[in-house]
Design a protein around this ligand. Structure first.
Ligand code: FMN
Length: 198
């Protein structure tokens, strides 16, 4: 293990695949500072143990106003462990591809994520996602299309790589500050790997 650098888990959940790019862009921003483990959280899986990392960046697509259930379950079931490390959350949704109403809606997603647990993330950030009808289950495609038409949203990719990278850089700066202030000793002490704090 290279303790010159923090170990950071970048974990994402996706239904249609488009949230993967967000996780990849965030991971890429952190690569010059941390050892990154980039993983997709599959439905019904326990997922990686946060105890193996100094920091966790976790995000999911929004479906029906919520994170995908596997990400909610992951955060809830790892609450204690996540509480003790640096954590940042993100979500992808279509509301942020719209106007002020959409931004308001996205704030409700943010609050819902915040209220899931007593974890105090260093940030919860939403990003506009994609509208790709072929990724939508066929039985809801028609009502979905109607809903999007009402909102005036056309099929397309609304992701903003630069906004995602910029958030990644902000998280990196905060993690760097925490790392320089002893984040590594905190983790090693908790896991009993080291004796005293210098
Ligand atoms: C079944 C379904 C439900 C969705 N519900 C919402 C929603 O409630 N609010 C929202 O803003 N976007 C919603 N979206 C849009 C997705 O969050 C958006 O398409 C996102 O980019 C999908 O990411 P993914 O490709 O990683 O699954 C929904 C998409 C699908 C397919």
């Amino acid at each position: 293990m290279n303790r010159n650098r923090p170990e950071v888990l970048v974990l994402y959940a996706s239904g249609g695949g488009s949230t993967a790019l967000m996780a990849e862009l965030i991971a890429a921003e952190l690569e010059d500072f941390a050892e990154i483990s980039l993983q997709r959280l599959e439905p019904g899986r326990k997922g990686p143990d946060p105890e193996n990392y100094d920091a966790v960046i976790a995000g999911s697509a929004i479906r029906y106003d919520r994170w995908l259930t596997q990400m909610t379950a992951y955060v809830e079931s790892n609450e204690q462990s996540l509480q003790r490390r640096s954590v940042a959350f993100f979500f992808s949704c279509l509301s942020l591809a719209g106007g002020e109403d959409g931004r308001k809606q996205a704030r409700t997603y943010e609050n819902r994520i915040r209220n899931l647990t007593s974890i105090q993330p260093l940030s919860i950030q939403g990003f506009a996602g994609t509208l790709n009808y072929s990724a939508i289950p066929y039985w809801i495609r028609i009502p979905f299309r109607v809903g999007m038409k009402i909102k005036g949203l056309k099929e397309g990719d609304y992701r903003e790589p630069e906004a995602i990278r910029a958030w990644g850089r902000r998280i990196k700066a905060e993690l760097r500050r925490r790392w320089e202030n002893g984040m590594d000793r905190d983790r090693d002490l908790r896991s009993g790997k080291t004796g005293a704090v210098a």
